[in-house]
Design a binder for this molecule. Structure first.
Ligand code: PLP
Length: 372
């Protein structure tokens, strides 16, 4: 089940590689597994399926419109952008879509961050940001989270050309209030400020309402978490039309058709079933809050989370608990990095997943106590 880090596969680098490739430290995604017995709480996917309307819409493309697959998809995803715009009360020229928000973020880095002054992001945040900074040769500076693992807006005062913040932050789950985002935007009118809202649907207030005020604001979103469509690869950005135009220029210099016909149809269906979406978001938030109570009862210190995961530390040690859980076929995430090594990141699962997790932890902690 273990996975080698991506950059350890080739010990002797191929001389055909460019120096750029030789020096890359690629992103290492969380483990995937085909073992149905594994309880997978490691990559912040939804424990529930997507709206049943998604499968119906995809089947319709495959059957009624079967012949359509021989044709390229609509390159600008206009209908999907319209559905997203309606959901947010925006116009479709304020929406850009891509193959997962990872791709949208890549285009953002290329379009806005390769400038003279640095790009700022927290020392603890989504680990794709430093990877893109390296890939695109961007001058980036990490700004430490404070002792409470919070983003301190005052620490972002220095001159810069870009700021990217995940809100809620990952992997901490902590939410930055809208006032703090407004302050950062006002203090940096000439920098592009990106708010990555991959997890905002689980309890945060979106920065969408700041869009009319700030032309330098770009918000990214994904269908992978709250819409349970990680397998479909759809993400999007919301911004002023001129900022969307910049992203479209980059897209059309890279891949004109990032979203295939099935992804466009499935994503539209998800946005057309708002009731299902709202119900599932609420359910995940409720499960998260119940999980926090159970973990605290077992002696965990859990950071307040507005996301679909929690960060939790325990005196027994995160590395030990991670290994013991893995032996019991329960996958969580452990980041062996300074400031994070004492924590486990646990994705919210079903009620049954949580029951199994808590029982396993009770057993592990009692065994460790006996050995002590
Ligand atoms: C903060 C953050 N942003 C973006 C992404 C990427 O999501 P997507 O599946 O849309 O590429 C993730 C995925 O885990 C994430 O944690």
């Amino acid at each position: 089940m273990s996975q080698a880090p991506a950059d350890s596969k080739t010990e002797n680098h191929n001389p055909l590689w460019s120096s750029l490739v030789r020096n890359l430290s690629p992103y290492v995604p969380g483990q995937q597994t085909s073992d149905p017995e594994v309880i997978k709480l490691n990559t912040n996917e939804s424990p529930f399926g997507p709206s049943p309307e998604v499968a119906k819409a995809i089947s319709a493309v495959l059957t009624q419109e079967g012949a359509a697959l021989r044709l390229y998809p609509e390159p600008e995803s206009l209908k999907l952008r319209g559905a997203i715009a309606t959901h947010h009360g925006l116009n479709e020229d304020q929406v850009f879509v891509g193959n997962g928000s990872d791709e949208v973020l890549a285009h953002i880095f290329a379009a806005f961050f390769k400038k003279d002054r640095p790009l700022f992001y927290p020392d603890i945040t989504y680990s794709f940001y430093p990877v893109y900074a390296q890939l695109f040769g961007i001058n980036a500076r990490q700004i430490p989270l404070n002792a409470e693992f919070e983003i301190d807006p005052d620490a972002y005062r220095a001159p810069c050309d870009g700021i990217i913040l995940a809100n809620p932050n990952a992997p901490t789950g902590k939410l930055l209030p809208l006032d703090a985002i407004r302050k950062i935007l006002s203090e940096h009118p000439h920098a592009t400020v990106v708010i990555d809202e991959a997890y905002i649907d689980f309890g945060g207030v979106s920065a969408v309402e700041l869009l009319p005020e700030f032309e330098n604001l770009v918000i990214t979103r994904t269908l992978s978490k709250s819409r349970a469509l990680a397998g479909l690869r759809v993400g999007y950005a919301l911004a002023a039309p001129s900022m969307i135009e910049a992203l479209t220029r980059v897209k059309n210099s890279f891949n004109s058709y990032p979203l295939d016909r099935l992804a466009q149809a499935g994503a539209i269906a998800s946005f057309e079933d708002e009731a299902y979406f709202a119900k599932r978001c609420q359910q995940v938030a409720g499960l998260r809050d119940a999980l926090i109570v159970d973990l605290e009862r077992l002696g965990f210190n859990v950071l307040p989370s507005a996301a679909n995961f929690v960060m939790a530390s325990h005196p027994a040690g995160a590395a030990t608990l991670y290994e013991q859980l893995e032996q019991r076929k329960i996958l969580v995430r452990h980041f062996n990095k300074p400031r994070l090594k004492d924590f486990l990141r646990i994705t919210v699962g079903t009620e049954q997943n949580h029951k199994s997790l808590i029982e396993a932890l009770e057993q592990i902690l009692s065994e460790l106590n006996q050995q002590a």
